[in-house]
Design a protein around this ligand. Structure first.
Ligand SMILES: *[C@@H]1O[C@H](CO)[C@@H](O)[C@H](O)[C@H]1NC(C)=O
Ligand SMILES: *[C@@H]1O[C@H](CO)[C@@H](O)[C@H](O)[C@H]1NC(C)=O
Ligand SMILES: *[C@@H]1O[C@H](CO)[C@@H](O)[C@H](O)[C@H]1NC(C)=O
Ligand SMILES: *[C@@H]1O[C@H](CO)[C@@H](O)[C@H](O)[C@H]1NC(C)=O
Ligand SMILES: *[C@@H]1O[C@H](CO)[C@@H](O)[C@H](O)[C@H]1NC(C)=O
Length: 954
């Protein structure tokens, strides 16, 4: 830490200035903002506190400068450092503990052991963060003017002057806060969201372009490079020093619900890149996570905001949904058709077709009668299947006495709805017509919400989980716009897709409906030639440095670009909509979806005590993962959406919302056979696996085409056999924040050729997925991390991949997804994957061991009942192989009913002369050896996973 000197003279000058200036006028220019000087420093054993005073005349750039700020620096753990800068008057909005609770203040001192060190200079005040373990390397974060490039810097978006940069002083005004940090030139940044970035999973910090992450929840169907549903002001940065082959990651999280822009760019001719925060409210409450591995950064973020909720094992099954199942009969037909086609269906869903007049908490008395719903859902339950309905954000404003709608009446009585500034109810418009919106800050909202959910379930819709839609919150008119929803008028200002006048015309890139017809059929490797190569996701994007830049061209969607809405109040609650206690929506807009998810989770805990709630939410915020999972929203039936789904899934792992997936086969537009085939296979390796479709588009359930049915059966069978692996990965997420899905570089952080890869991903550490992301091809190029030091074996054939220069061209006919197991892995599996996860769990276990260097493997499996919340008992089984033997041991109190009955050990160089289990030699009929793939197959054993250590030797 540096010593400081006080800037008292400047404070005096400034005081006079503000007193003279009674009416602020906004200069819209930060170039002459004076910054702050630090004084009144008090150090403690957990950090320091000091005052900051404006260091010159107020600039009043986009608001009124605060004269006095308080900075608190807290070494919260050895890996987490908090730097909180707030107005000393405490006027600015801060997120209350009741919404997001954070760990208590540290009880012991980390100031001398923390790997992160806060350094500062007092005047003008600036700080920088370094590592204790690398004091001489570039700071992780550095706000010193001397570290930043010259200004002015031309606009990040050509032609948009508001994206130019001019002045890097700390600005802290009531409506504008700005802080800028230097970053190493072209560093690797991941996260900041929610976004679909044309640059790929690695954010664009390049000279040409850069990125702007706008923080404002918005109902927009999967736009590229624009803000939409969720807001996550956290990034993961990775630095690799080639000279010393050292790779370290760290994280930076701004804890703010305010709207804002976060800009990433490399100014022309600059030696460094930079990140600039431009917030329109709140305070600057930064957390720094030291990693140094990327997985550790994600865990450290989770430890702060909350680890993901426990997921019941059934939620890993396959989910089927669509908008447009006109009746319960049509819904039931899907369940039957899936069964008839022998394609596993675990969870059936309904969209808003379920509702009476589009009203939340209802089912239509004619098309979805309550008692028939009850019978249907109970029959599902009897078959180990589940049901999840949609729940929209807007609640009908039904005031007509001849049209009583209890959820509104009761909510009005309990005073739970968002208000106008004059205390009348704020009325927006959604599918049911005029609507009000729950105010999660009001005292009685939780009680009302729980009651409404209970009444819905009691009325026949006996849901297992809840799907939260439109919760940005979406409103289709601007401002408080009308009154008195009634059954006769559910008109919204649009025609539903699939209704006469609004057909769904779009097909995937390269699809030619004049050849292939309206059923979405296309012939793989047939007569179609795709001339629009810009639509394809090419492998030329791979490799260090090239990824981001070429990625932009390859992935630029010619048709799918949606810009932000402009006005903050457009298409959502107005910024002046008022919450209990006088909070305006401007400050808390970004948390509506989080707060709804939390209230729904707490309601389900009440209604289904002891069970793990399954909630899928559209709008999310830091800590949403504690309460809900997420789907990637209203995507498109396109190859590009298929590709973009991978970066979305990777992003939400950083946000600690790991239970995530895309609308498989695509939502907007018509899918086709080939795309749906590839997508069903890809999503089988993604946490949340749901096929969902737009109203009016051609049907896309997996049984609709023979090839898709086959591909789905194959992939789902693998998924269900790997359930113990999924359950283990998610237990680690819930206990430690460990991300289940990983970018390749997380496991191989010193291999820069992986830093931009987002066409492949890892499930855990051990399963590498290489999907096909383009039409009309039957091979795919894959990169195989480890630079030849890691053995990768084909999941199906068990053959070792021959990857020259780290890449291999893999055969990928339609219906085949390439999956590889890492050498050194030991995966516990269900030996008999069945129609449902429950039946799969009831069968015996098998074990797949992939030896590295012909001797070593290690794996663990977490086992519990898959339902209890929190888990009652669990058991951790450990598999450890060294030269010619495998030891199996376990600890915990959960009694595993099923035995381990089969083992496959890959990488056994020579045929063993004998094989033993628990010291007893096995009969030769109980094992076999395949020399081509060096595979030892053992059957006829029955290993008790609860028992003492068992050794299998060969
Ligand atoms: C700022 O703090 C100084 C003391 O350091 C105090 O005299 C002054 O009134 C404060 N200004 C405001 C606007 O609170
Ligand atoms: C890499 O490490 C070397 C040796 O410590 C150091 O001299 C060099 O500055 C580092 N490079 C970067 C880009 O940090
Ligand atoms: C469902 O189908 C059955 C038999 O076809 C029919 O009797 C019933 O009315 C239908 N129900 C609805 C809600 O359409
Ligand atoms: C709906 O319209 C019908 C016929 O026009 C009318 O009788 C009824 O009162 C209306 N219902 C409501 C709730 O306004
Ligand atoms: C909530 O209830 C408490 C205690 O009854 C009361 O003091 C407070 O004013 C209420 N808050 C709101 C926002 O209604």
């Amino acid at each position: 830490m540096l010593l400081l000197t006080y800037g008292l003279g400047l404070i005096g000058v400034f005081l006079e200035h503000t007193l003279a200036q009674s009416v602020p006028s906004f200069s819209k220019n930060v170039s002459d903002c004076p910054g702050y000087s630090l004084h009144t420093l008090q150090e403690s054993n957990t950090g320091l506190t000091a005052q900051l005073s404006l260091a010159g005349p107020a600039c009043n750039a986009f608001g009124t400068d605060y004269q006095n700020l308080t900075i608190q620096v807290t070494y919260e753990t050895d890996t987490r450092l908090r730097v909180r800068i707030a107005d000393s008057e405490n006027n600015q909005y801060t997120i209350p503990e009741s919404v997001i609770s954070r760990p208590a203040a540290p009880a012991i001192s980390f100031t001398n052991s923390s790997d992160l060190i806060f350094n500062f200079e007092p005047s003008p005040f600036a700080f920088w963060i370094t590592r204790r373990s690398g004091p001489n390397s570039a700071p992780l974060f550095d706000t010193r003017l001397s570290a930043l490039p010259e200004t002015p810097i031309p606009p990040v978006i050509t032609g948009d002057e508001s994206t130019a940069l001019d002045g890097f002083s700390l600005v802290f005004e009531d409506q504008y806060l700005q802080l800028t940090s230097s970053l190493p030139h072209d560093t690797n940044i991941y996260g900041l969201g929610e976004v679909i970035a044309s640059s790929g999973f690695r954010r664009n910090v390049a000279v040409s372009g850069g990125s702007i992450q706008t923080l404002w929840a918005r109902d927009a169907g999967d736009p590229v490079d624009a803000n939409f549903y969720g807001n996550h002001p956290v990034y993961l940065e990775h630095r690799f020093n080639e000279t010393i082959n050292e790779a370290q990651s760290h994280g930076v999280f701004l804890f703010s619900s305010s709207g804002g822009d976060i800009m990433l760019l490399t100014p022309p001719n600059a030696k460094q890149s930079l990140v600039q925060y431009r917030m329109i409210g709140g305070i600057l409450d930064f957390y720094f996570f030291s990693g140094p591995s990327p997985v550790a950064v994600i865990e450290q973020h989770g430890a702060l905001v909350g680890f993901p909720s426990w997921i019941p094992s059934w939620a890993f099954g396959f989910h089927q949904c669509r908008w447009g199942y006109a009746s319960l009969n049509e819904t039931m037909e899907q369940v039957q058709a899936m069964r008839a086609a022998n394609i596993p269906l675990e969870v059936m869903w309904n969209d808003i077709d379920l509702y009476h007049a589009f009203r939340d908490f209802t089912s239509d008395p004619v098309s979805y009668p309550g008692e028939e719903m009850r019978a249907f859902i109970r029959e599902l339950a009897a078959n180990n299947q589940h049901y999840i309905p949609i729940l929209d954000a807007g609640v009908p404003h039904a005031t007509n006495t001849s049209d009583v709608y209890d959820p509104y009446t009761r909510g009005h009585e309990l005073d739970v709805f968002v208000k106008n500034p004059d205390s009348t109810e704020y009325i927006g418009q959604e599918w049911p017509g005029y609507t009000v919106f729950p105010d999660w800050f009001a005292n009685a909202t939780q009680q009302w919400w729980t009651e409404a959910l209970k009444n819905w379930s009691d009325g026949g819709v006996e849901f297992s989980g809840i799907w939260l839609d439109e919760n940005e919150a979406s409103s289709l008119c601007q401002g408080s716009c009308g009154t008195g929803a009634d059954l006769n008028d559910t008109s919204i200002p649009s025609v539903l897709p699939g209704t006469p006048g609004n057909p769904v015309p779009d097909y995937p890139e390269c699809y030619n409906s004049s050849i292939s017809g309206p059923s979405g059929n296309i012939t793989i490797n047939g007569t179609l030639t795709c001339t629009n190569s810009s639509a394809l996701v090419g492998l030329s994007a791979r490799g260090l440095g090239a990824g981001a830049q070429t990625g932009i061209d390859i992935n630029a969607p010619p048709y799918a670009i949606h810009n932000g809405n402009g006005d903050l109040s457009d298409h959502t609650l107005a910024t002046n909509a008022t919450h209990a206690g006088g909070i305006v929506d401007l400050d808390v807009h970004n948390m509506w979806g989080l707060m709804e998810g939390k209230a729904t989770h707490l309601a389900l805990q009440d209604l289904q005590p002891g069970k793990r709630p399954v909630i899928i939410a559209r709008s999310t915020f830091p800590s949403s993962g504690k309460w809900a999972g997420h789907w990637l929203g209203d995507n498109f039936s396109t190859w590009q959406s298929l590709y973009y789904s991978i970066q979305g899934i990777l992003q939400f792992q950083i946000f600690n919302i790991p239970f995530v997936g895309a609308d498989t086969c695509g939502f907007h537009g018509n899918t086709d056979e080939e795309l749906c085939n590839r997508w069903m296979q890809l999503s089988a390796f993604v946490p949340f696996f749901r096929n969902h479709n737009q109203r009016g588009a051609i049907s896309q359930e997996p049984y609709r085409w023979d090839s898709v049915a086959n591909a789905s059966r194959t992939a789902i069978s693998i998924r269900y056999s790997l359930l113990p692996y999924w359950v283990t990965l998610f237990a680690n997420a819930s206990m430690r924040g460990t991300p289940p899905i990983r970018a390749l570089w997380y496991e191989f952080p010193t291999e820069p050729e992986l830093f931009a890869i987002d066409q492949q991903f890892l499930v855990g550490a051990d399963i590498l997925v290489t999907p096909v992301l383009s039409p009309n091809i039957s091979s795919v190029e894959g990169i195989f991390p480890g630079r030849g030091q890691v053995t990768w074996r084909d999941f199906y054939t068990h053959a070792v991949v021959k990857a020259s220069n780290g890449t291999a061209t893999l055969s990928a006919p339609l219906g085949h997804i390439n999956v590889h197991i890492r050498g050194g892995a030991a995966l516990l599996m269900h030996a008999k994957p069945a129609y449902t996860t429950t039946e799969s769990r009831a069968g015996p276990f098998s074990l797949l061991v992939s030896l590295e260097s012909h001797s070593n493997a290690f794996g663990t499996a977490y086992l519990d009942d898959g339902l209890s919340n929190p888990p009652a008992e669990s058991r951790n089984v450990i598999f450890s192989a060294t030269a010619n033997e495998l030891k199996i041991s376990s600890c915990g109190n959960f009694i595993v009913g099923q035995k381990l009955e089969a083992l496959t050990i890959l990488g056994v160089t020579n045929k063993p002369s004998k094989v033993s289990a628990g010291g007893k030699n096995l009969q030769s009929s109980n094992w076999g050896y395949l020399p081509d793939v060096q595979e030892l197959v053992i059957s006829g054993v029955s290993v008790d996973l609860n028992g003492a250590e068992t050794t299998i030797a060969w």
